[in-house]
Structures are given as C-alpha cells and as structure tokens.
Design a protein around this ligand. Sequence first.
Ligand SMILES: [Zn+2]
Length: 413
Amino acid sequence: MIYKVDLPELTLNRLTDVVYLQMRLLRYAASTSSINEEDCARYLKAYKIFKGRHEQIARWLFNKPKPRELLRQFSQGSTAEKLEWSRCLFREAIVFLTNQFGYITPYKKDSASDWQIAGSEFLSQFYKYLGDGLPDYLFSEKGAVLFSKNDLKLNFYNTNNFLLVCPACDLPPTGIEVDHYLPISIYPHLSCHPFNLVPICSECNSFAVKGNTDLLQKDDHIRRKLEDVFLIYQGYGLGELSYLKIDLKKGHRAIRLIELKPVKGNNIIEHIESYSNLFKIPDRWFKTGRTGETIQYQMFRKIETSVQAAKQYKASLNIFDVYIELNQLLQILCDDRGKEPFAFTMSCWLATLINQEIKPAISSSQQIDIKKFPLLEEIASWVKQDSIQHPAYLDDSRLNKAWNLRKIVAEED
Ligand SMILES: [Zn+2]
C-alpha cells in the first residue's frame, strides 16, 4: 500500500481460523470420495483446534447445498491429485500467514480439471459467507461472535485511524470495498486470507483499474515471488520508500510526471513497478484532468494562503521568508500524508518547486529577475509586491553607499 497499514489483531485471528478450516475441509474431501456430515465431523474432531466445535461446523457445511455439492464434486477427483493439490494450497496459505516468501501457485480455470474447479469454487464460497457473517462456532477463540466483512472494514479503520484516504491510491476514500489484493479468481485459497484482504476505494477496486490483475505475474513467462512485490501489511508503505519524480515545465504550474522512484538506498524498482501497474498510479493522478487539476489547485491555494499569512507580519517578504514558509508548508504536507488526499503528490511537487525555483533564486549572485522565476512572480502578485528579493539587494536608502561600493568592487574583480 502507498501508506503503511496494520492488520487488526481480531481480523488476523478470525480469518486465520477460516483459512485453517477451509484447508482442513479440502484435505478431508481429498481423503475420501464419499463425503458426509458424520465423517466430516469425525475428521475435524481429530484436530485439537476444531474439537468441541466439529459437529456444529460439519452441520453448518452440510446444511448449505452449494458448498456441500462443490466439496462432493471435488471429492470425485483422483485421490493422489487431490491430495497433492490441497497440500500445495495448504502450504502456500500457511507461508502467506507466516514468512511471506516464495511462489504462490496461480489457479487457471481453463486448464483445470472438474474436481479442481469445484474445489476452487468451494474455497471462494467462504468469502461470500463472510459478507453476511461467519457464525461464532467457526472460530477457535472462546466467546467469539459472528464475524463479517463489515467487521473487517470497521476493524481496519479503527486500527489505522490516522488514515483518511484510500491506502492504495491516496484519493478520497469513496465507496470503500474489500479488495482481494491477489485476486480470488486466481488464488481461491486466499479468498479469506487475512493478509490478502484490504478495504480500498471503489475506483481502485474497479475492473477499469485493478480488475483481476495478477501482481505476481510479471509477464507471459515470468512469475514474481511474494518478496518481489509490495504486500499489504508489511512494516512499511510504498510512500515511505519512494518519491514522485516531477519535471517542472515552463510556468511551474504545468508539470511532466516522470515516475515513482525509490528513495536512495532502497532496491525496490520491481516493487514499485508492480504496484504502479496494479493501481495505475501515478498516471491515474494526472491522466484524468479532474484529479490533476484538483491537486494543482489545492497545492497552489496552500502556497498562497501560507505566504499571505506571512505577509501579515512583515512589510515586505524577501526570498528567505518565502523559503521558510514553503519549507514549513512542505513539513505540514509530509505530516498530512494519509490524512489529506494527495498529500504524497503535493509534497513531492512542492519539494521539486523549492529545489528548482527557490534555491537557484537564493543562490543567485545578482538581483532576482522575477520574470525568470514564475513561482516567485506569482507569489509576489499574491502578496502585492513588485518583487521578492534577496535581503542583500533590498532597496534601502540607508545602505546606498554600501551597495554602490560593493558594485564597484564587484566590477573591479
Ligand atoms: Zn483507491
């Protein structure tokens, strides 16, 4: 995610239980070709985690025609193949719960056997039931209550309560939906996996943006490992390890967007590339005129407000006043990342403006020709000054003799 987000403990506990249950039920049906409620309950009873709840769980499953039928169809596959496949999914689901390294096997419906299609759909069904809520007896913790997709969203925003934007794209969080970071259609064994579910905005989750894009598929031939991509609940966000490189076009308000680049010392080009492609950022921020204009409007409005506030306390602003004001504003924008939409973009843009427009003016050895610095020219107009000058060149009649002498000495050099 562009911002670091934490996985709520309750979500972790509940969904870890669901993953174990899904995998165990699949293993049960891999071990037999005639499933029934009593056998299923007996199978579950052998595992400490399910003991005591085994009958309720089996009843829950066998009372539901669709998953029961899917599991029956799965059980009709060859025992050796079923066992191998379910063992592989089980192992990958656990790896994704623990150290998050290595490859995850994609499920390809086109080349799958009937029993595999049924098994995949069986796993995906659990996500459907999560929508309404999974009953308390599916969970290992004593005193657990029904857990639903809505609880997942609420827990997420309670735990990450600083977050007032979509964690994936930095846009205002409209129409929050639960996303399968690794698509359920390709990774059915991660359909309810705690590390694969995250609430993001409806635009990010839409078919036009993310769709069923597989983060782990680099191109037609190359697969990525889990460690090659940004995962949701790791200890950092993309925004901390990268920055937005922007080229200023003439006139400073128009920009050319280069790309997200790693902050020096981070070897994460692959992570950035895969994430950028997945959520179509940063292109999405600027390609749609609406967003680009919003970012530009908000940022220049902030600059205007801050320099006008500074002017209230001074007769005239010099270049250092402007420099300090803009750095203070930059600090605020950095602190507001995750709280204010587009703070990531605005902060990178403002840092570029300070470096490319203000610093050269400060280090200029001559009077600042404001026409050559469009940002300064605009700031001067906001604060109703003819110019923004270096204090050394400010017109001060008391210093006329000193200025003159310096000019003479400079010419002599
Ligand atoms: Zn979003």
